[in-house]
Design a protein. Structure first.
Lengths: 158, 117
């Protein structure tokens, strides 16, 4: 895979390996980004599972999704930085591949929410118990993103 | 209160898992059979995330994984010490996945021993 080698040998890859602070910095950013991302996602999922039931759903999701997207952007940035240091070796790591698959599922799940879940729960009134579509989506989202975080941590062990 | 109990159970689970998680990245190495590789360093990559040195051992060139550069420096195993041509004695474990790769527990160069954990 030529582009992996090119990424590894790029200025970014070299800086990540050679700089005394970039790799630890990206590592710390990736952890802090995870904390914010997982927090924002979990609070939206909790709402779909029936918590904070009196708060109207659309503004609730709109507000927390902005934070989740900002944190996701930080995760992609710091993740590419860490990946560039050893792109060819990491690509062969089975847990890294699993993590990419989980991210793809997580993002597909967001699309599912927009196009399937949201229309189905449009008449869900604040205070009422969550419809099945909301509960299924919330549980799936929480599970997939927590599994993504776990897979990320486990890359170093395989 | 249910929340309090949930938090306590969660904290207990995390504490129970801590000893396992503390051994960062050592799980895929055969810790039951440590051995020592001694020889001149043919090649050194003093880079993140881990420093690597190449040393010939029993007819094969072994890749020895050391600590991250920041930890190496903190323990005075600086780039001027871990230098190609110098003799290294690396005590560690063979990888269970990658042939001819060792994770070093400690290294000795010029009579001085440096811990890698």
């Amino acid at each position: 895979m030529g582009w992996l080698m090119a990424l590894e040998q790029s200025g970014l890859g070299e800086a990540m390996r050679g700089s005394s602070f970039l790799y630890p910095l990206a590592n710390v950013a990736h952890i802090l980004g995870l904390v914010v991302f997982a927090g924002a996602v979990a609070i939206m999922d909790a709402r779909l599972l029936g918590a904070f039931a009196t708060l109207p759903l659309p503004p609730f999701v709109a507000r927390w999704r902005r934070l989740a997207m900002a944190a996701f952007a930080l995760q992609v940035t710091s993740g590419v930085m860490l990946f560039s240091a050893e792109a060819t070796a990491i690509t062969g790591n089975p847990v890294f591949r699993l993590k990419l698959l989980l991210i793809a599922i997580g993002l597909a799940n967001v699309a599912l929410f927009e196009f399937v879940t949201r229309p189905r729960v449009s008449r869900w009134q604040p205070g009422a118990p969550p419809p099945a579509a909301a509960r299924i989506f919330g549980a799936l989202s929480l599970g997939v993103w927590l599994a993504t975080a776990a897979a990320g941590r486990l890359i170093a062990y395989f | 209160m249910a929340l309090k109990r949930t938090l306590m159970v969660g904290a207990a689970a995390v504490l129970a898992a801590a000893p396992v998680l503390a051994h960062h990245g050592w799980g895929s190495y055969d810790a039951a059979t440590p051995f020592t590789i001694t020889g001149p360093m043919k090649h050194v990559t003093y880079e993140y995330p881990h420093v690597h040195v190449m040393v010939d051992h029993e007819g094969k060139t072994w890749e020895i994984t050391l600590a991250p550069p920041s930890r190496m420096e903190a323990r005075q195993a600086i780039i001027a010490v871990v230098k190609p041509g110098k003799v290294i004695a690396a005590y560690g474990y063979a990888s269970k996945q990658k042939p001819a790769e060792m994770r070093a527990e400690r290294i000795t160069i010029d009579g001085k021993t440096y811990e890698m954990r």
